[in-house]
Write a protein that binds this ligand. Sequence first.
Ligand code: GLU
Length: 459
Amino acid sequence: MTKLEVLTENRNRANDYVHEVYELVKKRNPDEKEFLQATREIFDSLRPVFAKHPEYIANGILERITEPERIISFRVAWEDDKGKVQVNRGFRVQFNSDLGPYKGGIRFHPSVNSSIMKFLAFEQIFKNALTGQPIGAGKGGSDFDPKGKSDREIMRFTQSFMTELSKHIGPDIDVPAGDIGVGKREIGYMFGQYNRLKGGYEAGVLTGKDPNHGGSLGRKEATGYGTVYFVEEMLNEYGQSIEGKTVIVSGSGNVSTYAMEKAQQLGAKVIACSDSDGYIVDSEGINLATVKRLKEVENKRIADYMKDHPNAEYHPDCSDIWSVACDIALPCATQNEIDEISAHTLIGNGVIAIGEGANMPCTIEAINLFHENRVLFAPAKAANAGGVAVSAMEMSQNSMRLSWTEAEVDERLKVVMHNIFESCKKAAENYGHPGNFAMGANIAGFLKVANAMVAHGIR
Ligand code: GLU
């Protein structure tokens, strides 16, 4: 056979393998559209890897990596303030433990179901691998809606949730953290309940704890800051920077707030942000102190921003935020918030870069459009990995029983984000798609886990 014939045969075999396994995943998870979307996005990137490395095919890596090691689903019964019994469904997906204990957040949101849990845990495999830290991948949550619940209701719910979850986690087994609807208050209640049930103090069982009792300084800021560090690295690569650019950021939670803060610190003008009710545009630049007060202290809606800043504009449909013209868009709210139509609008308005702060905020069609139109694209698995990276640093500090300063954590975060960017860039180049950081992230994350899976044997 000529060299060309060998290459063609390897490519065909890789394509057939990816196709066959995707059909298998579809058949096994027919109704899980978010999970299928996340797997398809990864599979599309991996064809050149299987063409070059048939040993991954022989080891059945794709069949194994798409099947969670364990899924726990449980009843969470609790009593609301009126004395009525409420029942929610709790989940923990323990997807992959080849690189370390399962690691990933807990989401409390009414949309939570098996598909959303599995897509998030699946994404976490590659994200956590990219950080270079010793963490496996998991995700958990519940369809509990924290909106409008009293503090005591939150406490009773989280205690009930942890009563079951505690049987399945531990500092060397599975280390949950926060995600949408779960911040340091919820983590605090879960931590208290876990230690009560275990009859001890296991500092490293959860991350995202309050820095005053067991948490890491800089964890709250890490995801948003890390996203902006990654975007800055990507812009620098093309001789640009975030300074002087106009930025819009969806959401107004943890990720969004600190993405806005870092973007402002680096000299960008952030002109819009949102919550699930609507979005605000402040052409003078978003006043972050007001957003923090509304969201971190008063638990108010973003519409209330108008009371302090009457010259800003409020629009009641949050998904329309992408119609605001900008240089850089940072989707930091939730999955699939930028579809093909929003992508067209952003491109039409001259966007130069997208940085995914949320998990899978862009649909596959939107990502393809960005690439086709030469918009720089920072994929979530890489761009938002700063959060879990600092969680792993929290685990280290807990094990050593000491705490690093905020500056020390931030320095380490910068190094991690730089290394992630370099890995994505190199993997994209090595596999023939320079500048495609989404592909680079998928390939670099995959190789790290796949090599560990081969080394650990078929199981
Ligand atoms: N939920 C975050 C994520 O999507 C953080 C997970 C963690 O800190 O373990 O990566």
